[in-house]
Design a protein around this ligand. Sequence first.
Ligand code: HEC
Length: 141
Amino acid sequence: MKTAFLIAAALFSTQVLAEDARQLAPLPPAAQEALREEMRGNLLALNEILTLMADGKVKEAGEVAEKSLGRGAMGKHMDKPFDARPGPNMPREMHRIGMDGHGDASEFAKAAASGDRDKALALLPKLTSSCIACHFSYRIR
Ligand code: HEC
């Protein structure tokens, strides 16, 4: 009896894990394409920032963060047709996570611009918190 219960519980938990509970955010194909391209750029920038930080090049890390992930990176889809702009096609809350992410990256960038390594290091996790928040809450397919 107890074994049967354990098996049932195990089956149930794998079922739960297999289910994708994230909210579907349907984006037009052109916006999906633009978003994925931007995302690959995000990952590249993140790697560059981590490498610069490890090398003690704190100010340079801040420059890359502001330009590639911070508020300085906002608006790069503005000149595209509406269907190719990811942000305004997202649910409002999803878009807000993205905007907050730009703000967080700028916060790190500001600390890094001062050259204060400890201060910049303390804010480093801010660079990835919005990635996690969005990826774990939303899917586009
Ligand atoms: C506002 C939501 C949001 C934020 C914030 C976000 N992402 Fe994404 N990301 C997505 C979505 C949606 C996809 C597409 C998933 C799919 O193709 O099914 C994606 C895809 C990706 C991909 C795959 C790209 C490809 O070629 O398919 C990478 C890499 C990625 N994100 C990295 C990041 C990193 C790094 C950050 C943080 C700096 C980040 N993302 C922040 C929503 C977000």
